[in-house]
Each structure stands twice: as C-alpha cells, then as structure tokens.
Ligand binder design. Structure first.
Ligand code: G4P
Length: 301
C-alpha cells in the first residue's frame, strides 16, 4: 500500500491553520473514537504548539463503549481533557462547553482578576478528513443559526457560530492528514472508512478486518459469519462467507470481489456492532519510537 503525503497540500493546510491560531482560545481536536490515535495528524502537536486543546472523540456511537472509557482515562492521564460525542445525533455535545471551560479555567480566572470581563470562548475544530468536522459544525449551526459576524482585524472574513453564550466556533475547520505511511494505521483508517477505497488493496483490508474480528470480537464473528476463527487460508473464509451470504457469480461460484466488499461494508456499517480498532495498550511500547519518527517531519519548512 503506497499512499503519499501530498506535501503541497500539507503545507497549505498547515499555513491556514497557523494563520487562524491567533483567532482562537482553544483547539477542538476531533478524532475518531474507534481509532483515537491513528486518526490524529502526527504533526498536530507541533502545529498547534501550546494552544489549549480539547480532544473530542467523535463517532462514539460506532465505538466500543468500554474501550472509549479506556481512551478517556488515557487522555486524562496525559493531562489532556477529552470528551466522547456523537455528532450525527448531537449526543454528548453539551459536555463540550464544560470541558472547554475547564481547560481554560486558569486563563479566564487571570483575565477576571485583571478586571477583564469574560467573553465567549473562541474555538476552532481541527481533524483529518471524514472524522466528522462538518457534521459537528452543522449540528451546532443548525441549532444556533445566529452567526456573530466578522472579527475585526481578520483579512478574510471569518464566521463564528455560537454554540451557546459561552462558546463560539470558527465555521471552517482545519483539515490535516493522517499518518499514511504506517501500514497498520493505514489499515485501521481504511477499515473505518476514513480513506477512500480506490487507493487501497481491498483484499488486504478485508483480511485485516477478519483477523481483527477474530482476535478482538470472536463472538460477533461467530454470530454474523458463523466462523469460529479465521484460518491461515483466507480463501476458505471467503468461500464460507460467500456461500452464507450469497456472494455468487456465474455458475454459483463464490465471487471473491463481492465477498471482500461485503466484509468491509459489514464492518463499516456496524453489522458487527460498535467496534474499536485500537486501545491505549497498543501504543505503550511504540510511543517513544513514534516521537523519533516525527523528527524529520518536524523539520519541514
Ligand atoms: P469531515 O467534515 O471531517 O470530512 O467529516 P463529515 O462531517 O463529512 O463526516 C463524515 C461521515 O461521518 C459522514 O457520513 C457523517 O455523517 C459521519 N459522522 C460524522 N459524525 C458522526 C458520528 O458522531 N456518528 C456517526 N455514526 N457518524 C458520524 P456520510 O455523509 O454518510 O459519509 P460516508 O459515510 O459516506 O463517508
């Protein structure tokens, strides 16, 4: 699987975010609750620097709630405030205000102590494509049609959407790319639907999906595909699933392409229920290594 980073796009996205940083008090870093670290941009820490941040685990409805709890603990241990939401149905969005206020508590207290009247907190959403940035913004905008107009001193007019009296959100999110070069991350992004199928090897994604289910959710694999485990011979599994779900071609022969599409679709559409593709423990060993990998990227002009 070879996916490029598109350095030109990356530099532009980075510039746009950097320009807007001074307009906001806090960054809402949107990640996918099913793969909270793999759906981050590895450069985000460097781009956002010391700007206060709230991590929002979106699509929590599609994730395994026990594992979401582990992730919330993980971020808390790292000193990062995080909340889990479902932007599509607007569930959990009311936690965002309280969490943002908590992150900015000291700064706001300082302003108050200097006699500055507290104003609304200004926020910007940043995240990789498909993580749900537009959905969250639209959800908030629909409920709160009144926009607050332009901000003086900004060359290009920016619209702010009022989440409530206390928070205003920049209406254009910052888009960054995930870490494509790591194959494991690429497969998780692919199985979750974050990367378009056309640039990936679908067979590899389907096999990854089956192996993941076999290891992490064997009961669901048994229930849905009547498979005990996935044997070394993937074609046997394809044959079995193809017959079970009538993925057949001419002459009643199992059509592997159809089986592959079915597996990927079933996983993405929650036929196996809510799934989480990674847990904090998966990263305990590799985090140091990850920092090393980021060094050359950080040196980008
Ligand atoms: P983006 O701006 O970050 O690129 O993402 P966008 O809002 O377009 O959301 C991508 C897809 O994810 C959309 O599905 C959207 O409905 C879905 N989505 C966003 N937030 C949530 C959530 O909290 N829960 C669930 N279940 N889904 C969510 P889509 O329009 O159907 O696109 P697709 O599924 O065809 O990719």
């Amino acid at each position: 699987m070879t996916i490029q980073w598109f350095p030109g796009h990356m530099a532009k996205a980075r510039r746009e975010i950097t320009e807007k940083l001074s307009l906001v008090d806090i960054i809402f870093e949107l990640v996918d609750a099913r793969l909270p670290l793999s759906s981050r941009n590895p450069m985000i820490d460097e781009i956002v620097q010391h700007k206060p941040r709230l991590v929002i685990l979106n699509k929590a409805d599609m994730a395994d709630s026990n594992k979401t709890a582990l992730w919330l603990e993980y971020f808390a241990e790292k000193g990062k405030k995080a909340v889990a939401v479902n932007s599509q149905e607007g569930k959990g969005l009311n936690q965002i205000t309280a969490a943002a206020k908590e992150v900015l508590f000291e700064k706001w207290e300082k302003m108050r102590s200097k006699g500055i009247r507290p104003r609304a907190i200004r926020a910007m959403i940043i995240g990789i494509p498909n993580v749900g940035k537009s959905t969250l913004i639209n959800r908030i905008a629909k409920k709160n049609i009144a926009k607050t107009g332009n901000t003086p001193g900004v060359t290009k007019s920016q619209q702010w959407i009022k989440l409530n009296k206390e928070i205003e959100l920049l209406d254009t999110p910052g888009i960054l790319w995930p870490k494509f070069e790591d194959k494991g991350i690429g497969l998780k992004l692919a199985i979750s639907g974050a990367i378009k199928d056309s640039i990936l090897n679908l067979h590899e994604i389907a096999v990854y999906g089956l192996e993941f289910l076999s290891k992490e959710y064997p009961n669901r694999l048994l229930e849905i595909y009547k498979l005990d485990a996935v044997s070394e011979n993937t074609l046997e599994a394809y044959e079995h699933i193809g017959k079970l779900r009538a993925c057949l071609g001419a002459g009643g022969i199992v059509d592997y392409d159809k089986v592959i599409e079915l597996i990927i679709r079933d996983i993405r559409s929650e036929r196996f229920g809510p799934l989480t593709f990674e847990v904090p423990a998966d990263f305990e060993v590799s985090e140091d290594k990850e920092n090393v990998v980021e060094v050359p990227i950080n040196q980008e002009p």
